[in-house]
Ligand binder design. Sequence first.
Ligand SMILES: [Zn+2]
Length: 312
Amino acid sequence: MAKTSKTPVATSKPIKPAKTVKKESKKKVDEPKKVQVKKGKEKPQVETRQIEEKPQPKMTAEGLDEKAEFTIERKLITLYNLQQIDSQVDKIRIIRGELPLEVQDLEDEIAGLETRVDNYIQETVVMDKLVLEKKNAIKDSQLMIKKYEDQQMNVRNNREYDSLSKEIEYQNLEIQLSEKRIREYQQSLDAKKLEIEKFQKILQDRKNDLEIKKNELEDIVAETEKEENDLIHKSEVNRNYIEDRLITAYTRIRKNARNGLAVVQIERDACGGCFNKIPPQHQLDIRMHKKIIVCEYCGRILVDEGIVNAIN
Ligand SMILES: [Zn+2]
């Protein structure tokens, strides 16, 4: 901001913004043209690392004044600002992206637990039925024993009596067997019922968790939606101040970068994106704000703390 009209870099074309001419003519009345030509000559000496800076005023006629002030430094500031805005949007989306996954995981777990509890309940129903069958079998046996005992009162010989005794004995054994089965079923039933209780408790806990997570998600969506829309709007407005060429590069770098960072600050002599060391000469170039310089390892656009401070 402070250096706005110091370097009228963007226009090496003959058309000179009135403002610039006026200011310069105050100092060097005869030489505004010379200055322009000199600047123009500097342009072609671009390095491969830098995003080429062509003097192409893309603004409308009325924007020429603005364009003249649109130095590389200004572009870097605008790009860094855009990055900050887009990173905030990324952050919001990450937070909002993780919560639905947690909700989905809980819903899956609940569905699994419900199925398990249902199956256990089905098993207890079957066992209850088996217990009832055995109880009925015992009653039948008891009735038959009663009948055989009555018949024993009217037997005509020992053989008949013994035969009935054997039947009674057999039914008694049947009763014992049924009672044993009932005890076994009952044990399984008790164990199953404990399991059902245990899983119903877990299920209830998970349902409570789900309720909390869902509310959290709703709150976050409501809270962040407005913020996100505002940021997206700000991002769009910012993009209008940057030429398409740079926006394209920015978008491409951002897409390829895992953390969504296309513009990074130099931190401890290293790229803030990939952390590779930046040679001193490059650092110097970056601090000059005369070219847009990208990291030779990761391709991210590099800025120094001067640009960062200009925003904060
Ligand atoms: Zn890098």
